[in-house]
Design a protein around this ligand. Structure first.
Ligand SMILES: Cc1cc2nc3c(=O)[nH]c(=O)nc-3n(C[C@H](O)[C@H](O)[C@H](O)COP(=O)(O)OP(=O)(O)OC[C@H]3O[C@@H](n4cnc5c(N)ncnc54)[C@H](O)[C@@H]3O)c2cc1C
Length: 388
């Protein structure tokens, strides 16, 4: 990756924003289990940070994905994972398909306000019975005149309690599971939408998560993104950017955790010696920092090829897998070196440990990434070879 002065200027804008608008409030928002999402997104929209890669015609900056990557990486400097997650949902999870395949009406009605920070979006794929197995989801949208009538529910939906729209993956026919899905934009104030109470999470406490129920929810068919039955393909494409974003966002969060741990280990003495002077500790932290650099290199390579228009399914899956696995390793080791303090709820290593744990689960679990990588390596056993 060759970063230009423009990349660096954007990096500084995001860094300043995190320092001024997010970090002073993280503790309070984590405690509250939410943050003023409309207010914060409006401030980001005013700076152009919600539409970095989106078309200028709809208020975006019209830049390539490498700029998105820089912003995702810099958001990792936040002192909690929940707020960056909410931002990532808006920029890289619920809007890429609208931007790429949506009609002009959809872009004006939902994309432009999302870029401006006037609307909050969420992405509805997972269901109680279908998380990893996206093809098995049951929420359906049946045609009625010019409308769809939607029934079903979506589980663990980030941003949903305050969202203005959802980019919803639903079955629009009884065809085969990969050929019967469409992405539909549904206004969240539509009659028939209800929510569970906020879900009580291990980490990412400042982001809001709920289950959503759809009971005869009517939306015009023109709110469908692209052609009918292409939803699965569009969502798989949308997942590429979600996974790259997830990997990039972890890099600085992990470096931060290592840096804070080094600082603590310099201060903390056992047996009259600073903890950091134990070779087992400074070697381990050096090893982890090396691994973070390797994650950075992998993520940058995937990003570079994505910008060139290449299919990065394999590399993006590898980056997401590595980010999840390494995130667990780094935060677990760091927490260990904080000792009893690390076991306290508000400790930075403890918060990182809880927040980063999501990376191995959300947006496709580690095992799903391994399955994709194996498929592309040609090592996934075919059905005939399978034991079942
Ligand atoms: C905080 C949070 C926020 C989220 N936000 C959103 C959101 O905004 N929108 C959305 O749509 N979803 C969201 N999700 C859902 C998330 O994407 C799913 O939880 C995830 O895809 C895993 O699905 P599941 O929980 O149903 O796990 P399951 O599919 O039940 O799998 C359980 C575990 O089994 C293993 N596993 C699964 N399949 C295989 C296999 N084939 N081989 C080997 N092992 C396997 C994996 O370890 C996996 O973690 C969120 C989840 C959380 C926790």
């Amino acid at each position: 990756m060759k970063f230009t002065a423009e990349h660096e200027a954007l990096r500084k804008t995001v860094r300043d924003f995190v320092q001024k608008e997010i970090n002073p409030h993280c503790d309070e928002w984590e405690e509250a289990g939410q943050f003023p999402i409309h207010e914060l997104f409006k401030k980001m929209g005013d700076l152009g940070l919600l539409g970095i890669q989106k078309p200028e015609e709809y208020g975006g900056m019209g830049l390539d994905y490498s700029y998105n990557l820089v912003a995702a990486e810099e958001l990792g400097m936040a002192h909690c994972g929940g707020v960056p997650l909410a931002i990532g949902v808006q920029t890289d999870m619920c809007t890429p398909a609208i931007s790429r395949f949506g009609s002009d009406e959809l872009k004006r009605t939902f994309l432009a306000p999302a870029i401006a920070g006037d609307m909050v979006g969420c992405i509805g794929v997972s269901e109680v019975g279908a998380g990893s197995d996206v093809a098995g989801l049951k929420t359906n949208a049946k045609k009625d005149g010019d409308d769809y009538i939607i029934n079903g529910s979506k589980m663990w939906i980030t941003n949903s309690p305050q969202a203005d729209f959802i980019c919803l993956l639903a079955n629009t026919s009884d065809d085969k599971p990969h050929k019967n899905k469409s992405l539909i934009v549904v206004p969240m104030n539509s009659p028939g939408i209800t929510f569970s109470p906020h879900l009580n999470k291990l980490g990412m406490r400042s982001s809001e998560t709920a289950q959503i129920f759809f009971d005869d929810v009517r939306v015009p068919q023109r709110y469908r993104i692209g052609a009918e039955a292409t939803g699965f393909m569009m969502q798989m494409l949308q997942f590429q950017e979600e996974r790259l974003w997830g990997a990039a966002n972890v890099i600085k969060a992990l470096e931060n955790c290592i840096d804070q741990t080094i600082e603590y280990c310099r201060e903390r003495k056992t047996f009259g010696t600073p903890l950091i002077d134990n070779q087992v500790i400074h070697f381990r932290l050096a090893e982890l920092q090396t691994e973070v650099e390797a994650l950075r290199a992998l993520t940058y390579q995937a990003c570079e090829l994505h910008v060139e228009g290449k299919d990065v399914t394999k590399l993006a899956s590898m980056a997401k897998l590595k980010a999840g696995r390494l995130g667990r390793e780094v935060t677990d080791s760091c927490l260990q070196y904080w000792g009893g303090n690390g076991f306290m709820w508000d400790n930075p290593a403890s918060r990182a440990f809880r927040d980063v744990r999501l990376v191995s689960i959300g947006g496709g679990a580690d095992e799903i990434m391994l399955g994709i990588i194996c498929k592309l390596m040609g090592t996934l056993p075919g059905k005939r070879k399978s034991r079942t």
